[in-house]
Design a protein around this ligand. Sequence first.
Ligand SMILES: [Zn+2]
Length: 307
Amino acid sequence: MRFPIKTFFLMGLLAASSLPAYAKLNVVATTPDLGSIAREVGGDRVEVTSLARGTEDPHFVDAKPSFIRILNQADAVIEGGADLEVGWLPPLVLNARNPKIQLGQPGRIVAAEVIRLLEVPTGPIDRSLGDVHPFGNPHFTLDPLNGKLIAGRIKERLCMLSAPDCPVFTANAKQFEEKIDSRLALWQKQMAPLRGTKVVTYHKSYSYLAERFGLQVLNTIEPKPGIPPSAAHARDLVAQMKGAGVALILLEPNHERKTPAFLSQETGARVVLIPSMVGGAKEAGDYLALFEYIVKAMLEAMKERQP
Ligand SMILES: [Zn+2]
């Protein structure tokens, strides 16, 4: 066979721009939720490392020195954004000295960019108050539909980073979206009896979950995100919870148990330990399993509450 010189040149260019078949993209996710979605989209073409553990507070992750080496070798970093990781990620990225993961590069994926954030402050932001949600609520992965949007953004960027694998990423993302749609329909059916149930949460971790499943978050145990409760706030809560008939207190694994136990004792509301991220409970090992677990835990708690 004879090819014109130009064709050879083009083939050479294509070969040079594609990775060898065995090279997987090194993807680093700040949280296990983002890591799980990245695994769904990337499949066997990516190696995913999640920095935070599912039982940790994603605002205050223990930044190990080993994270710098992991970030140094990353082809892409996926972060939640909206200041979720502002307390720990920027110095790690700075020290990792990796041009591929700088802001504005295809290898820096900021999930918040594709999300309609809840609780965006309307007035001036006063960080001196210690509010860790200055740009709105960054715990958006707890709405499965946001998981789909994040998968879409990850797919776009992985396609930019490895064009030959793009058809695989596209097919994986589509499959993930279909799984979410079919599971979400079932979860909403199961959770239908809980619509309108009044809950109190520790941190504002479950706002997106509450919105998706029709729960009413009356108040939070933290007076502001990141601020520990005072005795006066706890007393106010007791009165509010009794008045409104709060059924459940949703508690993340990374918070103290004393205040929720006190509130439960005073009001009769039941404390439900709910993982706020993938890996927050042993059975919540991936993104879909996280919701399976949450739905089951909430249904069980409501059942046990009834006489
Ligand atoms: Zn938060």
